[in-house]
Design a protein around this ligand. Structure first.
Ligand SMILES: [Zn+2]
Length: 122
């Protein structure tokens, strides 16, 4: 199995409604997003898929969240913009654009250097 990974970043503010602690107050993160794509086979170029195509798809998936207050977005009207929910949102957006011949393995959303949430296939 081959795995490739691309990374992009975006900045946003959020608050965790109902959280008993300082994350209940509005604050910001420079989120790092890692996307892993897997394939059993390589194409004729020896690639899982072109890094540029994944980078472009990832940029499209995060652009509406960049420099936003996430709690105000329709995406997060009914659920907290936790790293977990952000990862699931990005995964589902990417799943619509990634070619069927490869597998969207996981999306990891890092809130800082120590903490990330990962959404992906079992
Ligand atoms: Zn936070």
């Amino acid at each position: 199995m081959f795995t490739i990974k691309v990374i992009d970043k975006f900045s946003a503010a959020h608050r965790l409604e109902g959280y008993a602690g300082n994350c209940e107050r509005m604050h910001g993160h420079n989120y790092k997003v890692e996307v892993c794509i897997q394939s059993l086979k390589l194409d004729s170029m020896g690639l899982v898929m072109d890094f540029r195509d994944i980078k472009q798809a990832l940029k499209g998936a995060i652009k509406d969240m960049d420099h936003q207050y996430l709690n105000d977005l329709p995406l997060f009207k009914t659920k907290n913009p936790s790293a977990e929910n952000i990862a699931e949102t990005i995964y589902k957006k990417l799943a619509k654009t990634i070619p069927k011949k490869v597998t969207l393995s996981s999306v990891a959303v890092w809130e800082n250097d120590e903490c990330c949430a990962i959404y992906g296939k079992k």
